[in-house]
Write a protein that binds this ligand. Structure first.
Ligand SMILES: [Zn+2]
Length: 324
């Protein structure tokens, strides 16, 4: 069965396409064309001028639909994944906030089981911590935060196959050895919840850290100590051309002006949009899983990251909003 969507603004790698159409067969996109003439025999859908954008690859997301990936169970995973699939996500790397090793192992087991299913949207596990700078812990569970410990990360990576990304603060003792080890295992090393300055970031980059976790958040920018000025983690990451960044484009974590700056300096090739959604994302729930009620988190600034949908960030980053 062929389906044709017409009368939409379609985002393609070459820019926006008007008066084109999207052809779908067996739930897979067959073609995006610049022609909107109706195809005989195809089921026609009139998008009435709405946008069609590629499906989101969600690389930083804690939960959704009222469930948190830290729960580790198959049921929690399925509810959260389904909630995001209903809002524009087509593949997903579930994120664990700073967790204990038994919690990571439980979630890894569930992730591996789901990854083995045909056409699974689950592509791997993302660990946000627990090797972070306590001063920048933010909403993380402080009891779980520590320095990188090879006695726990080496066996974990030897015995699991699904961990694809691990975030750490590069200024911690043992963080360089950690970065080298995980990148050798094919895991993306990302800097986050950090106070790293330029030398730390440069050394970290050489040790394999190539990505920045929720850029601008839980990391300092340009600042003053007594009369002296210092670059922050943010400027240091800008100075390493090849480092990629991710931004929570909800208009709260990063305002539209800063989103424009990120785009101007890092460009579309090195910038990811993320939701960093909590359990209350894509749901009516006011509970943020391990973070307590929504009103007490981030001073009650729910934003669409926590309570809304994945397409909101894409909308914010679209040119008509002046953000890019
Ligand atoms: Zn996060």
């Amino acid at each position: 069965m062929l389906t044709q969507i017409i009368n939409a603004r379609i985002l393609t790698p070459q820019g926006w396409l008007k008066d084109g159409s999207v052809l779908i067969r067996d739930n897979k996109i067959l073609e995006v064309t610049n022609c909107d003439l109706a195809i005989i025999g195809a089921k026609l859908i009139d998008a009435k001028g709405m946008y069609i954008v590629p499906g989101g690859v969600e690389i930083h997301v804690h939960g959704g639909g009222g469930r948190d990936f830290m729960e580790g169970t198959e049921e929690a995973f399925r509810v959260a994944v389904k909630a995001h699939m209903q809002h524009g996500t087509t593949s997903i790397f579930p994120t664990l906030s700073s967790s204990t090793i038994p919690m990571i192992r439980a979630a890894a087991e569930t992730t591996e089981k789901m990854m083995a299913e045909p056409d699974s949207p689950v592509l791997g596990l993302h660990l946000e911590g627990h090797y972070f700078n306590m001063a920048m812990a933010g909403g993380k569970i402080p009891e779980n935060i520590k320095n990188p410990d090879p006695e726990e990360y080496i066996p974990l990576l030897e015995e699991t196959r699904c961990i694809k990304r691990w975030d750490a603060a590069p200024e911690l003792p043992g963080a360089m050895q950690f970065g080298k080890y995980i990148t050798a295992k094919g895991v993306l090393a990302s800097v986050g919840h950090t106070q790293a300055e330029f030398e730390d970031i440069q050394t970290a980059y050489e040790a394999g850290y190539t990505h920045a976790t929720h850029f601008y958040n839980a990391m300092p920018g340009f600042h003053k100590r007594k009369e002296y000025k210092y670059e922050g983690t943010v400027e240091s990451i800008y100075l390493i051309d090849d480092m990629t960044v991710e931004v929570v484009a909800d208009g709260i974590h990063v305002p539209p002006t800063i989103l424009r700056l990120v785009y101007k300096i890092k460009g579309v090739e090195r910038t990811c949009l993320i939701t960093d959604a909590l359990a209350c994302g894509a749901s009516d729930s006011r509970k943020c899983g391990y973070y307590g009620p929504l009103d007490s988190y981030h001073g009650g600034e729910s934003g669409n990251t926590f309570g809304g949908c994945d397409t909101h960030g894409i909308r914010n980053a679209c040119p008509h909003n002046g953000s890019t």
